[in-house]
Ligand binder design. Structure first.
Ligand SMILES: Cc1ncc(COP(=O)(O)O)c(C=O)c1O
Length: 478
């Protein structure tokens, strides 16, 4: 006769053994990550093919599962934590970060209200305060942790919408004779503005892209003109999004001038400092914080620059009650758990269930300290400037934008102009297919350029030298 299925959890002694095994696995992975390909060379579907078509009927031993991770999953990954991963904004993996994720798992709380987990709620307020101090933001701004900046901007614009069209929360946007609302941002801005406009029923076509200057910063005169023209045509300006650290080049919009314009016109100012915000911790980067005091909301992604692993994004709102007024909603079944005067973070966004994200920031930021974070950011800037120098000293390449943070855009130019876009794209594709390094491409002023982003704590000058050698060799081959 078949044994009855065992209930409950793994027996403690066996669990302990598995944990030790996993600890070794993690330490080995981290120590030897450099020996892996940065990206796989599989065709789409290759990983699926190696996995069973049906969900398992019977439970399987952990050892077998871990072995499949080794054999199938790890080789099928782009290793963002690899020192030769030079794509996007690099990556924020650190040993304390890994420890913090492990520590969070067994606690497995739901921080929807203060009472459902006082420590998670209060720690969230504490770490939001730490980051605010570090970047020198005034205490008028309080915050909330979301998964991503895209979600943060959507919440910020929901408040802007409510203030532009009161009672939208209650009655929606239709059948109310409302004007067409407009959101302005630079041509270099991230597409999360459009996603928010889609989600909020404002329409992606109402996100107006203002041209940028030669340093990829929004043209404030053109912004003012666009706002004035829209008003004349009966459209209603609702929000401006200024970017501190754009996705392609890390350029920084003139936030102070934009802020003055927004104040005069009574328009919501959101600052997308998803990438650049972390650099505000550096005294020598005080210039990027100019004008932040004029903002209504600011988003900073510690999962980009303050060494917290994905996902971790903070939205700051001046007078956080404005956000609360749009999203607080207490159903009867939660009333008993919401009586205390403390914050219930479920009231500051659409999410009810909330995981214990604050713990990871707390562990990492205590482990590195402000000085440790700042030193690592400075190293990224040093590497970016070093690469920029190498590029300037090689006639076959040109720098496409002066680096301002940890991003370098450049272009191979030693061929017929008509072929350059394709050639630059091919260089990136070939490098990524080789598995030896990973970088990205973007378009600046309609031209394809290569882009290298720093962020990985394991990336050293030696890795960069290797990466630059690979770029030059690939370019020579083509
Ligand atoms: C400037 C900027 N804003 C917003 C985002 C969106 O960030 P998230 O992935 O956290 O939504 C990005 C992503 O790279 C970005 O570069």
């Amino acid at each position: 006769m078949k044994q009855p299925e065992k209930l409950g959890d793994t027996p403690p002694a066996e669990f302990r053994k598995q944990l030790h095994e996993l600890a070794d696995w993690i330490a080995d992975f981290r120590e030897h990550i450099e020996q892996l390909r940065v990206a796989p060379d599989d065709k789409p579907g290759a990983i699926r093919e190696q996995l069973p078509k049906r969900a398992p009927e019977e439970g399987e031993p952990f050892e077998k599962i871990l072995s499949d991770v080794d054999q199938i999953i790890v080789p099928g990954m782009v290793h963002w934590s690899h020192p030769m991963f030079l794509g996007y904004f690099g990556w924020t993996s650190t040993a304390p970060g890994i420890l913090s994720e492990i520590l969070t798992a067994p606690l497995n709380v739901n921080a929807m209200t203060w009472r459902t987990c006082p420590a998670a709620t209060e720690l969230e307020t504490v770490v939001i305060g730490w980051l605010r101090q570090w970047v020198g933001l005034s205490e008028e701004f309080e915050g909330v942790i979301y998964d991503t900046a895209s979600v943060g901007i959507m919440h910020a614009l929901a408040v802007a919408r409510e203030e532009a069209a009161p009672s939208t929360r209650k009655f929606g946007l239709t059948d109310r004779d409302l004007p067409r609302f407009r959101i302005y941002t630079s041509a270099q801005a991230h597409s999360s503005a459009e996603k928010a406009a889609i989600a909020l029923g404002l329409g992606e076509e109402n996100v107006v892209h203002i041209p940028s200057d030669e340093q990829f910063r929004i043209d404030v005169n053109a912004l003012g003109q666009s706002i004035a023209e829209d008003k004349q045509n009966g459209l209603q300006p609702m929000a401006v999004i200024a970017t501190v650290g754009t996705t392609s080049t890390a350029s920084v919009d003139p936030v102070h001038d934009i802020g003055k314009l927004c104040r005069e016109a009574k328009i919501w100012l959101h600052i997308d400092a998803a990438y650049g915000g972390g650099f505000g911790m550096l005294p020598e980067y005080e210039w990027i914080r100019k004008g932040w005091e004029l903002a209504d909301s600011i988003v900073i992604n510690p999962h980009k620059t303050v060494f917290v692993p994905l996902d971790f994004s903070v939205l700051y709102v001046r007078d956080l009650a404005r956000l609360w007024r749009v999203f607080s909603l207490v159903p009867e079944y939660l009333r008993g758990d919401t009586v205390e005067a403390e914050k219930n973070y479920m009231d500051y966004g659409i999410q009810l269930g909330r995981r214990f994200r604050a713990l990871k920031a707390w562990v990492i930021w205590r482990s590195l300290g402000r000085a440790g974070v700042v030193a690592r950011l400075r190293e990224q800037i040093r590497l970016a400037n070093l690469l920029a120098d190498w590029i300037k000293n090689d006639d076959r390449f040109e720098l496409s934008a002066q680096p301002s943070m940890g991003v370098v855009c450049f272009r191979f130019i030693d061929a017929d102009e008509k072929k350059l876009d394709q050639l630059n794209s091919d260089i990136v594709e070939r490098i990524n297919a080789s598995g030896r390094a990973y970088l990205t491409q973007t378009k600046l002023r309609g031209r394809t350029v290569m882009r290298i982003g720093f962020g990985n704590v394991l990336t050293t000058e030696e890795h960069l030298r290797m990466g630059w050698e690979i770029v030059r060799n690939r370019a020579a081959e083509l």
